[in-house]
Design a protein around this ligand. Structure first.
Ligand SMILES: Cc1ncc(COP(=O)(O)O)c(C=O)c1O
Length: 505
């Protein structure tokens, strides 16, 4: 294995972020009044071409760029703090500022060596779809204002329903992401199961459940003590035996168990809770069964994922994020509710100024299904990219995430410096740098140092988490454009930083 030299980026940062731009600049208005906030046809075309060219150049060069670059607050204040611009400036100036100071200081979640947190490997068709949705300024709130887009949302949500195996009675909507999808799901559960009477009600999940669930419950008016975070089993899955015991104990204590949240791919390790068994407990006990598949549910598209996600179709509500493993630009999450009519019961309010929206039963007003009234046409990007690439391409892209995590695991196992903490599953592998004779504290420190250095260097990213109180590193490999060599070089860099961290100061 070859270590990368200090200067392994072929060009300086400045090179990548100062792409020559804007032959149009000279024709853009410069400071004179523009009451209608409009550009001429030629200006719009030139500007549009230039923006697309910038995006394409960015995507073409992405793998040669650092994954992440962070600037300190005071430097950014110096560059970006300015009085509100009373008069317009040349658009070229604005774009230069954007490239040099704003886009130069981000993490590229769609970079092939971005393995931290949950990456966001996007695709160009969806990027353009977002531009179209914005260009036509679609308000996907109601049938009157957006019958076409609403039908596209119905169709696209239904495609996801079919993929997850939910019955035809199920439906849902697109939202900003997993946090909002969990909020809407739990709000629907509260309405359906408790009719708003939250006193004494109890919700159950494993200690590996995403924090958005806890926040959703807070927003919905539940006390912290109403959420039972049960200790997970040795594979970081919900323990069904523990769940049964807790439900029984709570009933005996006069509490009102009403909902269980299971994970279809935890953020930490990709663990999938025993969905079939959990659904069975919910059926027997009369509890709402919510599945948080924000990260992992799209894995149902490939064979391995499909078999790991057995029981997904049993959910009363399901969160699934197309902006994670379905390769969409941020923001698009999806909520699916087994009985779609419950959404209206939980969220629809019809004030007098929206009476014109009243429709025949066939016409769907998505504003009745959730929290947002004004909402963008999020469905378009998923719909367009599925149509243009075809589902088979998505299946292969999802399957690649599994293969890459397994490849990373094989590499790590072959090196004496690493121990695997959780085997590759659902595109995630967790591991730790080991130091012979090192105390737990030392080893935790070394692993933290590896992450700090990897973020600082920017060649690749990996993030850390805690499992059973110990620091671990994790790689999430869901970008289908990642190569085996990307992984090899990333492991190599981490190993280099680990060895440096072991040296006495
Ligand atoms: C399992 C899980 N649930 C929920 C969320 C929250 O999703 P979002 O960040 O889209 O709000 C995440 C985010 O990583 C997640 O991994």
């Amino acid at each position: 294995m070859r270590f990368l030299s200090e200067g392994h980026f072929p060009h300086s940062i400045a090179f990548w972020y100062q792409l020559p731009c804007c032959k149009i600049l000279s024709i853009m208005s410069n400071g004179h009044s523009n009451l209608a906030l409009q550009l001429s046809r030629d200006e719009m075309l030139a500007f549009g071409h230039e923006i697309v060219a910038i995006i394409v150049a960015h995507l073409e060069n992405l793998s040669n760029k650092p994954v992440v670059r962070k600037m300190d607050r005071s430097s950014l204040e110096k560059r970006l703090r300015e009085p509100l611009p009373e008069r317009g400036v040349e658009i070229g100036t604005v774009i230069r500022q954007l490239q040099e100071n704003i886009f130069a200081n981000i993490m590229h979640n769609d970079h092939p060596r971005c393995f931290s947190f949950i990456p966001g490997p996007s695709n160009f068709v969806s990027i353009m779809a977002d531009a179209l949705a914005s260009g036509f300024n679609v308000i996907a709130a109601d049938w009157l204002e957006a019958s076409g887009p609403s039908e596209v949302e119905l169709v696209t949500v239904d495609w996801l329903r079919q993929l997850c195996g939910l019955p035809e009675s199920a439906g849902g909507l697109f939202v900003s992401g997993g946090s909002m999808a969990n909020l809407i799901s739990l709000g629907t559960a509260r309405h359906a199961m408790l009719r708003g009477k939250t006193a004494g009600a109890v919700v159950y999940c494993s200690d590996q459940t995403h924090s958005s669930v806890e926040r959703a419950l807070q927003v919905l008016g539940f006390e912290t003590a109403q959420l039972r975070k049960l200790p997970s089993d040795d594979l970081f899955r919900l323990s069904v035996a523990c769940l049964k015991r807790e439900v029984t104990a709570d009933r005996a204590a006069g509490k009102v168990p009403f909902c269980v949240i299971a994970n279809a791919g935890t953020t930490n390790t990709g663990a999938v809770d025993p969905l079939v068994e959990t659904a069975e407990v919910c059926r027997q006990e009369g509890l709402w069964f919510h599945v948080d598949g924000a990260y992992g549910a799209p894995a149902v598209l490939c064979e391995k994922g499909h078999s790991l996600l057995r029981g997904l179709h049993l959910a009363d509500s399901l969160t699934l994020d197309p902006h994670k493993w379905l390769f969409q630009p941020f923001e698009i999450g999806c909520v699916l509710i087994r009985d779609v009519h419950l959404l209206k019961g939980a969220f629809a309010i019809r004030p007098e100024y929206l009476k014109d929206l009243e429709s025949t039963g066939e016409e769907i007003n998505f504003c009745d299904y959730g929290i947002q009234l004004t909402r963008s046409f999020r469905a378009l990007k998923l719909w367009m990219s599925l149509k243009v690439f075809g589902l088979q391409a998505f299946r292969e892209a999802v399957a690649r995430g599994f293969v890459l995590a397994e490849f990373a695991e094989t590499l790590l196992r072959a090196s004496p410096y690493w121990e695997i903490v959780t085997a590759a599953t659902m595109g995630i592998v967790t591991f730790r740098f080991v130091q012979e004779g090192g105390s737990q504290h030392d080893v935790d420190r070394i692993n933290q140092q590896i992450v700090d250095e990897i973020f600082k260097e920017g060649f690749a990213t990996a993030s850390s988490t805690r499992l059973l109180g110990r620091k671990v590193l994790r790689l999430c490999t869901i970008n289908p454009r990642t190569t085996e060599d990307d992984i090899r070089q990333t492991v190599c860099r981490m190993e280099h930083f680990g060895r440096l961290a072991c040296r006495p100061a």
